[in-house]
Design a binder for this molecule. Structure first.
Ligand code: IPE
Ligand code: IPE
Ligand code: MG
Length: 253
């Protein structure tokens, strides 16, 4: 059953009472944090926290689609997360395979376009093939763009962009004087996409943790103590409502 088409009207009416449907952030990015603490609080192993986090992903993707967000970026695994025990890394990769396997048909029916950002070359092969498959199946969809940030690091992304740009210069395709902010943006994993309007970080941590360092230059930040597995549509609406109260000046007056 397609969640979008059945519920869109109702949802718009209900959520429209809390948020201005004509001022929805075009791009929302989320640092999905707090799975381990959620599990610990319940005496569960960390991997069960990640599994519960996957349910929050489903809720938030569905809600974002219904609300009319155009780009949703979910930080799933950072370049620093390789420091974790190998069992935990494996369970995160396996969960991603499970998520794509289970959800791809519904995401596709709902016109969601899946796009991975990050250095996918370092991801285990069985995971990589699922990623490529999911991107291929949803390639022509025109609804929500779901960026999944995997082996993503903001610094790594900038280093990669610098290398690409230098290569273009060495090959004579670009002049030094041509390099501007657009050239840099167009060499990031998010090339062609608008920068996030709103970055959400649950779990109580007040930091960016190497997420979208370039793209967050003028993002509005929203922090909350909620642990990611508890995050739901109401929390997303609260974040959007707060965002709508902000005065975005971009350096102006
Ligand atoms: C999920 O939360 C974030 C990932 C890296 C997958 P954590 O696993 O970091 O949870 P906490 O911070 O230990 O609670
Ligand atoms: C940030 O969470 C990375 C992801 C959500 C994927 P972490 O749990 O890795 O961040 P730190 O270590 O607390 O900064
Ligand atoms: Mg964490």
């Amino acid at each position: 059953m397609s969640f979008l088409f059945n519920q869109k009207k109702d949802v718009a009416k209900k959520t429209g009472e809390k948020i201005d449907m004509s001022n929805i952030p075009q791009h929302i990015a989320i640092i999905m944090d707090g799975n381990g603490r959620w599990a610990k609080k319940r005496g569960l192993v960390r991997s069960l926290g990640h599994r519960a986090g996957m349910e929050a992903v489903k809720r938030v993707v569905k809600a974002s689609s219904e609300i009319g967000v155009k780009y949703l970026t979910l930080y799933a695994f950072s370049t620093e997360n390789w420091k974790r025990p190998v069992d935990e890394i494996n369970s995160l990769m396996n969960l991603l395979i499970e998520y794509l396997g289970r959800e791809i048909d519904e995401l596709n029916r709902n016109n969601v376009k899946i796009n991975f950002i990050g250095d996918i070359s370092k991801i285990p092969d069985k995971c990589k093939s699922k990623i490529e498959e999911a991107e291929k199946i949803t390639m022509n969809n025109s609804g929500l763009v779901l960026n999944i940030a995997l082996n993503y690091g903001g610094k790594d992304e900038i280093v990669n962009a610098v290398k690409n740009i230098c290569k273009s210069i060495l090959e004579g395709k670009l002049n030094l004087s041509d390099i501007d902010e657009n050239v840099v943006s167009n060499n990031l994993y998010t090339a062609g996409q608008p920068d996030p309007d709103l970055i959400i970080r649950p779990s109580g941590e007040l930091r960016i943790s190497n997420f979208m360092l370039w793209q967050s230059a003028y993002s509005e930040l929203w922090f909350s103590d909620i642990l990611w597995p508890d995050f739901d549509k109401e929390n997303l609406i609260d974040a959007i409502a707060d965002y709508q109260k902000r005065n975005r000046r971009f350096g102006g007056i």
